[in-house]
Design a protein. Structure first.
Length: 377
C-alpha cells in the first residue's frame, strides 16, 4: 500500500521559532514511528521564507540555522513575488500539511489560508478558529457571550494607555493584574503587575508585540490546569494536568516562558490533577464547550486557572500546542493512553476527515448576464 505523503512545516517568524523546532522533532519521530507516512520537512526561516527540504532537515537536526538560511537566500530570486513559498514545489504531490508553527503565521490562521488556497488537507483548526483563538480579546468576548467563565479584563490601545492610571486599574480589576499582548503566545509579552511603575513597564513590553493589550484580573491563590482536546465532531478530552511554580499566588512566581521552555526543574507537575470530581467534570466540560464555540478542529490545549475556592476560569486556548519534551500537552496524552505515534496518526486522520467534509460544501454561483437596474427617485 502506498504511504500518504506528509509535508511537516515548522519554524516561522515568531518569538516561538525555537520552540517550534523542538515540537517538530517530536512530531517527526512520532509520524515516522507509525510507519504509515512519507515525510518532507519545510522550515520557515525567521525572515518568513520557506526553505528547501535539504536545508530544512539540517535545521530540524539543530545545526546552526543562520548560515543555512544565508546559503538558501543567496540561491533564490527574491524579486519573484512567490519566492517566499516557492520551496514547497520540492515536495511534489504531497497529501496533507502538518503545521507545527507556533505563534505568528502558524497559529493565527495565516498558514491555514495558504493551505486552503492550495486546496490541500491540513492538520488542526481552520483559519477562523486559529485567528479568533489567537486573539485573546476576541476569545474572551466569545467565551463571555457563551457563558464560559473567564477572568474580568479591560482592553487598551496605545492612546487609551497614555491616560490610564494605576488607580483606575485597581478599582476595576484589583491590585494584582496580568498585562498581555492580545496576539502573542507562550507567555511572551506578558507581565504580572502590582504597581503603577510595573504597569508602565508592562504596557511598554506588550505594545512591542501588538497594538491591542489585555489587562486581566489575577486569580487568587491559583493553580494552573491544562487539558487537551482532540477530534472534529466526536471529541476526546485528556486527563487534566496541574502545575505550580515557587511563590505562585503569594509572590511573583508564575508559569512564564522560562518555566515552560528553558528550565522547568522548579515546576511541580501533577497528572492527573488531584481535584474534586465535580471540578474535574466542570473543567472538562468547559474545555469541550470552548472548543466548539471557537470553531476548533483536530487539536487544542485549554489552559485554566483554579482559584482558592476551586472555581475554574478558562484562561486561553492553544490551537497548536507545544509538543516539546517539556510540554504538558505531550504528557497529558501519554497519561490518557495515547502515545505520540498514535496521537500523530489520529491528528492526520482528523485532517483528512475535515477536508473531505468541507469538500462536500457548495460554492456554486449564478453567472451574471444583462442586469436590470431599478429606478431611482
Amino acid at each position: 500500500m502506498n504511504k500518504k505523503h506528509v509535508a511537516l512545516i515548522f519554524g516561522g517568524n515568531s518569538s516561538e521559532h525555537d520552540v517550534s523546532k523542538r515540537s517538530a522533532q517530536n512530531f517527526y519521530d512520532a509520524i515516522t514511528a507509525t510507519n504509515k507516512y512519507d515525510i518532507t520537512v519545510f522550515a520557515i526561516a525567521q525572515n518568513g521564507y520557506f526553505l528547501d527540504p535539504a536545508s530544512s532537515e539540517r535545521i530540524l537536526a539543530l545545526e546552526d540555522e543562520q548560515p543555512i538560511v544565508d546559503a538558501f537566500m543567496a540561491k533564490i530570486d527574491a524579486t519573484d513575488p512567490l519566492a517566499r513559498i516557492s520551496a514547497l514545489r520540492a515536495a511534489g504531490d504531497f497529501d496533507i500539511f502538518f503545521p507545527v508553527v507556533h505563534g505568528n503565521l502558524g497559529e493565527d490562521g495565516t498558514l491555514q489560508g495558504l493551505f486552503r488556497m492550495l486546496n490541500k488537507p491540513y492538520v488542526g483548526a481552520p483559519l477562523r478558529g486559529h485567528a479568533v483563538s489567537f486573539d485573546k480579546v476576541l476569545t474572551k468576548e466569545l467565551l463571555t457571550v457563551n457563558g464560559i467563565r473567564n477572568t474580568t479584563y479591560m482592553v487598551v490601545d496605545p492612546k487609551i494607555a497614555q491616560n490610564l492610571s494605576w488607580e483606575q486599574v485597581v478599582a476595576e480589576l484589583g491590585d494584582i493584574v496580568f498585562v498581555k499582548a492580545a496576539n502573542q503566545g507562550s507567555s511572551v509579552g506578558i507581565s504580572r503587575v502590582k504597581s503603577a511603575e510595573e504597569l508602565k513597564t508592562a504596557l511598554a513590553d506588550s505594545f512591542q508585540y501588538d497594538y491591542k493589550v489585555l489587562i486581566e484580573q489575577a486569580v487568587k491563590g491559583p493553580r494552573e490546569l491544562e487539558v487537551g482536546v482532540i477530534g472534529n465532531d466526536d471529541l476526546l478530552v485528556s486527563e487534566i494536568g496541574a502545575h505550580t511554580v515557587p511563590e505562585q499566588g503569594v509572590g511573583d512566581g508564575w508559569y512564564d516562558y522560562s518555566n515552560k521552555f528553558v528550565d522547568n526543574s522548579a515546576v511541580q507537575f501533577e497528572i492527573p490533577a488531584k481535584l474534586p470530581d465535580s471540578v474535574t467534570q466542570e473543567v472538562k466540560q468547559m474545555a469541550l464547550d470552548a472548543f466548539k464555540v471557537l470553531n476548533l478542529r483536530g487539536e487544542a490545549r485549554m489552559d485554566f486557572l483554579l482559584d482558592e475556592n476551586d472555581v475554574p476560569y478558562l484562561g486561553e486556548p492553544n490551537t497548536l500546542p507545544g509538543f516539546t519534551n517539556m510540554s504538558l500537552f505531550k504528557r497529558l496524552w501519554d497519561y490518557s493512553d495515547i502515545n505520540n505515534a498514535k496521537l500523530a496518526d489520529m491528528l492526520i486522520e482528523y485532517g483528512f476527515e475535515e477536508f473531505e467534509r468541507n469538500e462536500s460544501l457548495s460554492y456554486s454561483f449564478l453567472a451574471l448576464g444583462e442586469e436590470k437596474i431599478g429606478k431611482f427617485n
